[in-house]
Design a protein. Structure first.
Length: 119
């Protein structure tokens, strides 16, 4: 019974993610800069990065401090973390269903939360 509930929950979450991705709008470089730079982004559990306006990143991955750099390549946000668990990657940033998502090639990789910068 528990196994069936877990499978049903997993399928429901996958459907929500697919629906959000299907209705998603890809943000432009200007929109990414406006929405994310100077703020803390993260998945709410495993990683968070403060995208500083000067292109630096102060972050944390699984309770380990991380430093890095960010830049925009067209309409993609590129994140490079020195010795980080997350791979260096350029992400399409999309918004749909009230959620912000990072992905590549139209596939959602992360649902991202945006918070105010640290004091």
């Amino acid at each position: 019974m528990l196994r069936h509930r877990l499978i049903a929950t997993t399928l429901a979450l996958a459907a929500v993610g697919a629906q959000a991705a299907g209705q998603a709008k890809t943000l432009t470089g200007k929109e990414i800069r406006h929405r994310l730079v100077g703020k803390v982004i993260g998945d709410g559990a495993h990683w968070r990065y403060y995208l500083k306006p000067n292109g630096a990143i102060d972050g944390e991955e699984i309770n380990r401090p991380r430093k890095g750099r960010w830049h925009l390549e067209g309409n993609r946000l590129c994140i490079v973390i020195v010795d980080g668990a997350q791979p260096d990657e350029c992400w399409e940033v999309t918004e749909g269903g009230g959620k912000l998502m990072f992905g590549t090639y139209g596939e959602v990789t992360y649902f991202v939360k945006v918070r105010p910068p640290p004091l």
